[in-house]
Each structure stands twice: as C-alpha cells, then as structure tokens.
Design a protein around this ligand. Structure first.
Ligand code: CAO
Length: 416
C-alpha cells in the first residue's frame, strides 16, 4: 500500500522526546526518516532508564520506530560535508537542539535555505524566538510550568502540579508535525521551503486555552461557577486549581467504586451533563430528584454538588468501576473507568485497533508501544522497530554516492 508521505525525505536531527515524537509520526505515514546521531553515543534516550543491559531503552524504542539511524559527527568537516549532501536532497530537516546549537554547527536557517531553498526546516525550542526566555533549555515539566498547565492543575490546597501526559514534549511534536505538513502543502504551491518553529510553552498554552477563557470570565464576574470553589469558597484574581472538576461547564468528579480502599484506581469519572440529569436520576434510582427544585437545574445543583457526588458514591459502593460504567452507559451518561497502564496495555480493543502494538526488536525481543492514534480508511500505519545506533549508516552513505572506501575513510576520522 502506498503511504501518503512516501517520497518525502526527512533529516531527523532530533533527540529526547519532543522532536522524535514528531518525526516518528511522519515515519508511520510513509516518510523516509533518517535519524542523525552522534557516533558512539547517539540519542541520549538510548541509555536512559534502561531495563535490559546493552539494549536500547524503551524511552528510545517507543519514540523512534520506523526510522533509519545514521551516525554522523556534524562538528567535523567530513561530517558537515555528508550533512550538506543530505540536505541538498531532503525535503525536511527537523531539530530540537538547545537554542543556537544548529547555528553554532554552521547550519543557520540562511545557510540551510541557501543549500536547499525547497527544504522545510522545522524546530522545537522551549520558548519562541524573541521571547525574553528564548535562551533557555527546556524539558517537559519546565514547559508545563511556563505554559500555564501547572498553575491550573492539582488541588487548591496543594502546590502547582505536573500532568503525566507529555504536554510539553509529545504535544509540541504533534504541533510541529502539523506545521511541517502545512509547509509541505505550501511548497506545492510556491515551490519554496520555509522555517517552521514551535515552542513548548506555546504548545502547552494552546492546550490550556480554556484556562485563559476562565481567566477572562473571572476578571469580569469574580467567580467561576463550575469550579469546586463556587459558591462556598473564595476566588482570587487568578484561575485556581480545580481538582478533578470538569473544565467544559459540565460538573464532574472522580468517584470511588467498590474496592477503592485497597485499589488506588477503583474509580470512575462521572459527568453530570445538564440534559442527562433525568437518565442520571433513573440510573441511580433517584426518580424523586428529577422534579425536585433543589436538583432540577444545574444552577440549583451546584451549591450541593459534592453532596450529590457522595450519593452517587454510595450507589457505586457495591459496583466495580467496570460494572458501574456498564450500567451507566445504558443511560447515555458520559463516564469512564480510571484505567491503569496495565489495563490499557492488555485492552483487547486497543490491541485490535493498533493503538497498542507489540513490536519485534533485534536486541530487546518484542516490546509494547503506542501506535498511531490517527486512523485512516485507506491506510493502516505499521509500526516497525526503532533502529540500532548507526544501523543504516552504510546504506544512507551509499545512497549519497559514497563508495566503500569513502565510508572506510569517514570511519577512520570518526566522522561516522
Ligand atoms: N554531531 C556533533 N555534535 C552534535 C550532534 C552530532 N551528530 N548532535 C548534537 N550535537 C551537539 C550540538 O551541536 C550541541 O553542541 P553545542 O552546544 O556545543 O553547540 C550539543 O550536541 C548539545 O546539544 P543540546 O543543547 O541540544 O543538548 P543538551 O543535552 O544540553 O540539552 C535539551 C537538551 C533537550 C534541554 C535541549 O536540546 C533543548 O532545550 N532543546 C529544545 C527544547 C526541547 O526540545 N526540549 C524537549 C526535550 S524532550 O524533554
């Protein structure tokens, strides 16, 4: 099956998570992604949190599937020469080095554009160009703090909290992928490449859009009616942390199910969607709430929403999270069990859809990874193993016209 990005050649100058997540996605969809790594060491994640001695860590294998690996010392003149050749025949270069690293290497945007005016140069940085923090190196949690996620996550009586979801890393990579595909479509029209830049702060903030909505509502009316602080608590002049409250105007909370005393994940998320109130009352065996003025409207319920949640918890006490959801789904009530990584890894539906995939690897045996979360009617992205360090060096160099002797010479000077 021909994949939509077949024929697009990408120099993958990325490391850790933000950049690799982007290029992995493009590789799934058919792009020829050549990961350029420092000889001897490669992407730092190959060695990070190893669970098998001498085998690439899962951190690396789960972010670099479907790619080729070329080792190249791009600070040596011989390495620069190879990179220049590669640049001349590639469509995209993606990088997420620290600020200024590519310039210091001698590959500024101007130089890259001169070498290949059709090439798209895509970068991830912590902060956008010209930002007063644009000299900072940034990792995931730093970005979550800088982008507004940390100050709005967690409970009001606790500190700012980091989400386990990679809002700073993989999320930024997904934004970059959208930028690259847009620039490729633009190039079809203009014939010109361009620079695509995404900052981790901006990408986090983009996902915190509704919190900026809440800041403006707070400034106008002084309170936020869907937050647990309303109506009994106090609001300051900044959006507070709302615990597990729903963010979209539908009150919701994480509720205890049977076994919560010993199982930290025996919970469901329960949403009280306005128009689902009648089915909720019927499901809970509380038909008297339907017409009761103290319960009838969202406004009437809000002052005692936690008392309502307590009643629902009493109903849940003899039901597991799965049993509860099986009952509630029949009433069209938006809810889900709180799933653990173990449950997700073994979920038959996720296996069948290709969202959880088992990938054979030369050194590790097989490992689980998250496959494409994007599904197509005409294509099923296949996930293949991440490359060993330098696995494709000879193949890529031969493709650039280097002879066996040339490759030997490059090895002699440790350029590859
Ligand atoms: N050959 C020779 N040199 C190479 C090379 C190669 N193949 N690949 C990288 N290098 C060099 C770079 O040129 C750079 O050299 P100088 O600093 O001397 O110019 C050096 O390796 C280190 O690059 P770095 O600054 O990117 O690496 P770091 O480990 O110090 O920082 C990180 C890591 C992630 C904090 C930083 O890259 C960064 O801020 N990136 C942008 C934001 C980002 O993507 N963060 C998300 C990471 S995922 O959590």
């Amino acid at each position: 099956m021909t994949k939509p990005l077949e024929g697009i050649k990408i120099i993958d100058f990325t490391h850790v998570q933000a950049g690799p997540a982007c290029t992995q996605l493009l590789a799934w969809f058919g792009a020829d992604v050549i990961k350029v790594e420092r000889p001897g060491s490669g992407d730092v994640t190959r060695n990070q949190l190893r669970d098998i001695p001498d085998a690439d860590a899962l951190y690396f294998t789960m972010l670099n599937s479907n790619k080729k690996s070329l080792t190249l010392d791009t600070k040596k003149p011989e390495g620069k020469e190879v990179l220049e050749k590669l640049i001349r025949e590639s469509d995209v270069l993606v990088e997420n080095f620290g600020p200024g690293a590519l310039d210091r290497m001698g590959f500024s945007w101007e130089r890259l554009n001169e070498l290949n005016p059709k090439m798209i140069v895509a970068s991830v940085k912590g902060f956008s160009d010209g930002h007063h923090y644009d000299d900072l190196k940034v990792y995931e949690n730093v970005a979550q703090c800088a982008g507004g996620a940390a100050s709005t996550t967690g409970f009001w009586d606790g500190p700012p909290t980091i989400s386990a979801a990679a809002l700073g890393d993989s999320n930024t990579g997904m934004h970059l992928a959208i930028g690259i595909l847009t620039a490729l479509l633009g190039r079809d029209k203009t014939g010109k490449g361009q620079k695509v830049a995404v900052s981790m702060q901006d990408s986090v903030l983009n996902l915190c859009r509704v919190k900026l909505r809440d800041q403006q509502r707070l400034e106008r009316v002084g309170y936020l009616e869907e937050y647990p602080q309303y109506p009994h608590g106090e609001f300051s002049d900044v959006v507070p942390r709302g615990g597990n409250a729903g963010g979209g105007g539908q009150p919701g909370w994480v509720l205890k199910c049977k076994g919560w005393e010993t199982d930290p994940n025996a919970y469901i998320y329960f949403t009280i969607q306005g128009h689902a109130w009648e089915p909720i009352c019927n499901a809970l065996g509380k038909p008297e709430w339907i017409a009761d003025p103290a319960y009838k409207t969202a406004e009437a319920r809000q002052p005692h929403i936690f008392e309502i949640f307590k009643t629902i918890e009493a109903w849940l006490a003899d039901k597991t999270k799965f049993e509860a959801v099986d009952i509630l789904r029949k009433f069209d009530i938006p809810c889900a069990p709180v799933l653990t990584m173990k449950e997700l890894a073994n979920d038959p539906s996720l296996r069948a859809s290709g969202t959880i995939v088992e990938v054979p690897h030369k050194k590790r045996g097989s490992y689980l990874t998250v496959g494409s979360p994007i599904k197509f009617s005409d294509m099923k992205p296949e996930v293949t193993a991440s490359p060993l360090l330098g696995e494709h060096t000879d193949e890529v160099l031969a493709g650039l016209g280097y002879s066996q002797q040339d490759i030997f010479n490059l090895r002699e000077v440790k350029a590859v």
